[in-house]
Write a new protein. Structure first.
Length: 416
């Protein structure tokens, strides 16, 4: 936005900052938060502190840098207030788990390492941020963040670099922060949001999270419905699979359900069902138009009720039948086999169109990430501290939430 557009939203922004950043104990800090949000929203190629301060022509660069890097304000209550406001505005949104790579030069930024990121489609020098977004078909907003710590940054890992202790001290990474899988970071954020009194209508994620049976089991234990993409190698039994029970003699553990044959992969299950099982489903309108009308999104899908059979699921259901789930696969007419797979624990009565709409819902956050990363400078932060990174990402979320709320308000003439 240009300066005039930002000024036009001044009153709304002032009210928003007072509310969202009300947990900051100093008035000066809340003022700096408002300055930073204006800097993020103003037009400009870079949204790092130095060029933002120059465009604002108000707060000095040093003041903004101190607020983001050194001021000891807690991000949790700010994120909570953003999430509470967006939960109401989006009216019962889904939660989307995602991670994104923030490309970096050098090795001083916290948790930067050569690692794979879908942003670049390859292994490259980057940070990886894991997020939880509230999402609907019309809008989304990331409300919680974790910075993934690679094994090279964990002194307890055999893959740690020789200078890992020095790098951690320089980046001010707390001693308690260690390498953990991304799905565990996601679960930590889910528990945090649940602790704030929020709950999703459904949770969606890509195969990086759906492939982890421990993650799917943890969601089921929390009573959270999900529709997550999985790899074709995930194993599952057909719903009516032959199984037996070891007789119980009164001693030792309770008898276990035994599934005689090894569990097939979901790919093998659907290839056995054959292409004839595929049906065409239209789930929403696309942004493209033909003859003045939106072009519907449509493809062929296979639906099957199955019992996922990974080690984590088995160990959680000893002596019981494995739980049922939907296996969903997209099988285009011109492909010899399915190209994408999902597992969902939604009820057996769920409409097929609803299953596809939810399975495909991640398109919204992928669309909005472009604004968060390029328009609002998520990956423009040049600071080198753990705290500074979390402050910056929280402020980016706050700016994105404010703009989203403006767009959703029919009384507001929000800028593009």
């Amino acid at each position: 936005m240009d300066t005039v557009a930002v000024q036009r939203l001044g009153d709304d922004l002032g009210e928003y900052v007072s509310d969202v950043f009300g947990s900051l104990r100093f008035v000066l800090w809340r003022g700096r938060a408002g300055d930073y949000l204006r800097g993020l929203m103003l037009d400009g190629r870079r949204k790092s502190i130095q060029p933002m301060a120059a465009r604002l022509a108000g707060p000095h660069e040093q003041a903004l840098n101190h607020f983001v890097t050194n001021s000891p304000w807690d991000v949790a209550p700010v994120r909570r207030r953003i999430a509470e406001r967006m939960q109401v505005a989006l009216a019962g949104p889904a939660w989307a788990i995602d991670d994104t790579g923030l490309l970096k030069y050098g090795k001083a930024s916290p948790c930067v390492a050569r690692q794979y990121t879908g942003t670049a489609g390859k292994i490259t020098n980057c940070q990886v941020a894991v997020s939880v977004s509230l999402v609907t078909e019309t809008a989304s907003c990331p409300v919680d963040w974790r910075l993934f710590l690679p094994e090279a940054w964990d002194p307890a890992s055999p893959k740690a670099t020789e200078d890992v202790d020095h790098r951690r001290r320089r980046a001010q990474i707390p001693d308690t922060v260690r390498h953990r899988p991304k799905w565990r970071l996601a679960l930590e954020m889910i528990d945090e949001l649940l602790g704030w009194g929020l709950r999703p209508s459904v949770l969606v994620a890509d195969a990086g999270y759906g492939d982890a049976g421990e993650f799917r089991q943890a969601l089921a234990e929390r009573g959270i419905d999900y529709a997550m993409q999985v790899a074709h190698t995930i194993t599952a039994y057909p719903l009516e699979v032959e199984r037996t029970t070891v007789p119980y003699c009164g001693d030792g553990p309770y008898p276990k359900k035994i599934y005689r044959q090894p569990a097939p992969t979901v790919r093998d299950l659907l290839l056995q069902a054959g292409e004839k099982a595929a049906r065409r489903v239209t789930w929403r309108d696309s942004s493209r138009r033909r003859n003045g009308r939106p072009v519907p999104m449509s493809s062929r899908f296979v639906f099957q009720r199955v019992r996922p059979a990974g080690p984590a699921i088995r160990s959680a259901h000893l002596g019981q039948d494995l739980p049922e789930a939907w296996l969903i696969a997209e099988w285009p007419a011109d492909e010899p086999e399915p190209v994408k797979y999902w597992l969902s624990n939604l009820p057996a009565t769920t409409a097929k169109r609803t299953l596809i709409r939810l399975a495909k819902l991640r398109w919204r956050i992928e669309h909005d990430y472009r604004e968060v990363k390029t328009g609002l400078g998520l990956d423009h932060y040049e600071g080198r501290t753990w705290q500074g990174w979390h402050h910056h990402t929280t402020l980016v979320s706050a700016a994105h939430a404010f703009l989203t709320l403006q767009r959703l308000d029919p009384k507001t003439r929000a800028p593009e």
